[in-house]
Design a protein around this ligand. Structure first.
Ligand code: FAD
Length: 417
């Protein structure tokens, strides 16, 4: 497979762009694989890529029921940051940030990673104290963080409402290395990178059950025939509970819809990512000019990739109270993804009690930013049958041991709030 370069763009342009090779193959499945990954979202594809690149394991298949990148990876609002407070999280998210910073070069694919900075707004003295603690933890671990006063925020983000806001802005915590990336390109880049190392990506093939031999998983059943594998790894996001149940495993995960919105294109005026601290709302501007908005979950369990109108109203009300100028814009599209919400808000990357079955999920609102580190650590876990130090805390049994990683401070029983 050819490398992408300025020269290849030039020579292909001379030939009318008719000679580009396919970015990945469409192979028939082999009878057996060393590792079979279910789900060709960012996490499944990155895991396949790092299995091949870091561990030399290339007899790998990624089985996808739809098309690759068609799940949450292609539906998210693309915020990438590493401003996490708790041990277990802090260095995992920073590993991801470091991988992002070299991802386009590593994949030979432009993922359009744009480190435009993320401002987390603070609306009370209590929030400033909490942000100071978080920022100090980050800086003690070598991660960039800045605490800004109200005046500094006003200078940087003049379009916010400072005079009539229901929750006045007291300041912000800023991570300058945070930003956004092009979500489809991330899936495509990892797919191409895995494929060129020999990984088979099998699209339009739904896993419907598992093959067992004496209690050990030996492959999967699909709607187009069985495929045998020595190890099976789940990366199916909102379908985690459903698939794990087929293998006899009950997970501490619920599925919920999460919506996102984009407005008609507009002149550049938001050149960063801004998160509201008094409600669940955030905003950025895409390279095409559309404002990208996100809010909270629909708050009832669902496998439907569509959301309800109350969240539309809630999100747009937050947008208008924070950035009054958006009230003149038209919404172009809104959509939803099915989120794998873990009970403490932190992910799970682990071997499971089912012999031969490995699990990656529980990404909640934030699994796009983690795709590189998650793929890296999950590949390590599968290859070596033990966790990498950065995912050692993301076990399944932490819920039984009381070892939850409760970054939001919501407790391990979100349904009891
Ligand atoms: C609206 C929205 C906004 C978000 N914003 C952000 C953000 O700003 N920043 C951030 O970090 N994260 C964000 N996220 C979260 C992030 O998108 C996800 O955590 C991440 O993309 C999950 O990737 P994944 O590979 O685990 O899942 P997916 O991309 O959903 O991939 C899972 C794949 O598994 C496949 N699958 C399911 N069942 C089967 C089966 N039986 N057989 C075969 N294949 C199957 C699906 O078709 C799918 O392609 C957001 C999510 C949404 C929905």
């Amino acid at each position: 497979m050819s490398r992408y370069s300025a020269l290849s763009v030039f020579t292909n342009a001379l030939k009318g762009n008719k000679s580009w090779p396919r970015a990945w193959r469409d192979p028939e499945p082999k009878p057996e694989y060393d590792v079979l990954i279910v789900g060709a979202g960012g996490h499944g594809l990155a895991t396949a890529y790092y299995l091949a690149k870091e561990h030399g394991i290339t007899n790998v298949a990624v089985v996808e029921k739809g098309y690759l990148g068609g799940g949450n990876t292609g539906r998210n609002t693309t915020i990438v940051r590493s401003n996490y407070f708790l041990p277990g999280n802090t260095m995992f998210y920073e590993r991801s940030m470091k991988l992002w910073e070299n991802l386009s070069q590593d994949l030979n694919y432009n993922v359009m990673f744009s480190q435009r900075g993320q401002y987390n707004l603070l609306h009370s003295p209590g929030q400033i104290d909490a942000a100071r603690r978080r920022g100090n933890t980050m800086r003690a671990n070598g991660i960039d963080a800045e605490l800004l006063s109200r005046q500094q925020v006003q200078r940087d983000l003049p379009y916010l409402d400072y005079d009539n806001a229901r929750f006045p802005i007291h300041g912000a915590i800023l991570q300058r290395r945070a930003g956004t990336a092009r979500h489809d390109a991330v899936a495509w880049g990892y797919a191409r990178g895995a494929d060129r190392r020999g990984v088979d990506i099998l699209q339009k093939r739904e896993v419907t059950g598992f093959l067992f031999d004496g209690g050990k998983i030996t492959g999967v059943q699909t709607n187009r025939g069985d495929i045998r594998a020595k190890k099976v790894a789940l990366c199916v996001a909102g379908h985690s509970g459903h698939l794990a149940k087929m293998a006899g495993l009950r997970l501490p995960i619920e599925s919920h819809s999460l919506q996102a919105f984009v407005t008609e294109p507009y002149k550049p005026f938001i050149d960063t990512v801004v998160s509201y601290g008094a409600g669940h709302f955030y905003i950025s501007q895409s390279d095409k000019g559309g404002l990208v908005l996100g809010g909270d979950l629909d708050m009832y369990n669902s496998y439907a990739q569509r959301g309800g109108l109350p969240v539309v109203e809630h999100t747009l009300a937050a947008a208008k109270s924070l950035v009054p100028g958006v009230s003149r814009l038209k919404l172009l599209r809104h959509w939803a993804g099915v989120m794998d919400m873990s009970m403490d808000g932190s992910p799970i990357i682990t071997r499971t009690p089912v012999d031969g079955l490995y699990f990656n999920g529980g990404w909640c609102y934030g699994g796009f930013k983690t795709i590189p580190a998650s793929g890296y650590c999950f590949a390590w876990t599968i290859a070596k049958d033990e966790p990498h130090p950065d995912n050692a805390a993301y076990t399944l049994d932490r819920f039984a041991r009381g070892g939850t990683i409760d970054e939001k401070g919501a407790g391990p029983h979100p349904n009891q709030q």
